[in-house]
Design a binder for this molecule. Structure first.
Ligand code: AMP
Length: 273
């Protein structure tokens, strides 16, 4: 695997397809699953590692986001990546006068709780697509609303990249893997799987014809009783991320989503309906 720090060193004219996994590093099995799939389904696997300042709000964890290039490089190589592109801030933002703003799907949930976050995500992903020029890009369902934002960006701007959404990879106890899980104290780590348990419970209730609002309410209150600070717990329709008001449609057309803080760590997760 080749580590590339400068845009000038990116490979050009590779023969065959390029599968691309954009990341912010601090790799875990979720990232590695995307990398293995990108390599398995393409001739070349390219991973980018860039902690994108533009997608962090004031008071968020940009400064303390875990950074360990050597460990990440070893893991990416083990997962079959051919290139690890770890650009500098100046390479990604030679100027900073242009943002990609996706309207509509960003109105609620993460978009409402993290103002500017999705403009930061859409901007950096389009930049990385333009730099890496992949045929296929791989994203995790863990960040469900992000997937819908990227889909809107690609469709809305005629971006010639095919998107693949990979299922969420979980710990044995159900906790969705996340770079931020390493912030959790032992006590909070023990509580964290309740997020997934509540999502499953709500999804089962809704699938079996239960009232959506009461499924949301019981998920929220069970989490609050356990000490979580719940930002949202909601059933939504896809791809628009609008609140689900009626019975869910065919499988995969809606989901239950949650964002909650345990201690100072903010966790998000979702399950398909
Ligand atoms: P990040 O480094 O957090 O920006 O994540 C890079 C990519 O990995 C994004 O597409 C995420 O959705 C994806 N990802 C993160 N955690 C998981 C997980 N537990 N399972 C599957 N994909 C994930």
């Amino acid at each position: 695997m080749k580590i590339i720090h400068s845009v000038a060193d990116l490979p050009r004219n590779l023969t065959g397809s390029v599968g691309f996994v954009p990341t912010m590093g601090a790799f875990h099995e979720g990232h590695l699953a995307l990398m293995r799939r990108a390599k398995a389904e393409n001739n070349h696997g390219v991973v980018s590692l860039f902690v994108n300042p533009k997608q962090f709000g004031a008071g968020e964890d940009f400064g303390r986001y875990p950074r360990d290039l050597d460990a990440d490089a070893a893991m990416a190589e083990g997962a079959g990546a051919d290139f690890l592109f770890a650009p500098t801030r100046d390479d990604v933002y030679p100027t900073d006068f242009v943002d990609v703003v996706v309207r509509g799907v960003t109105d609620r949930w993460e978009g409402a709780h993290r103002p500017g976050h999705f403009a930061g995500v859409a901007t950096v992903v389009l930049k990385l697509f333009n730099l890496v020029r992949p045929d296929v890009a791989y994203f995790g369902q863990k960040d469900l609303q992000q997937c819908q934002v990227i889909r809107q960006m690609v469709d809305g701007l005629n971006v010639p990249v095919r998107l693949v959404i990979h299922p969420t990879v979980r710990e044995a106890d159900g906790l969705a893997m996340s770079s931020r899980n390493r912030y959790l104290s032992e006590e909070h780590r023990a509580k964290a799987p309740l997020l997934y348990a509540c999502l499953i419970e709500a999804a089962n209730a809704i699938r079996s014809g239960g009232n959506v609002a009461s499924a949301e309410e019981s998920g929220r209150s069970r989490l609050e009783q356990a000490g979580f600070l719940v930002e949202y717990f909601a059933a939504v329709s896809l791809p628009g991320m609008d609140p689900l008001t009626d019975l869910p449609g065919p499988e995969g057309t809606s989901a239950v989503i949650v964002a909650a803080k345990v201690g100072t760590t903010r966790l998000i997760d979702n399950v398909s309906l």
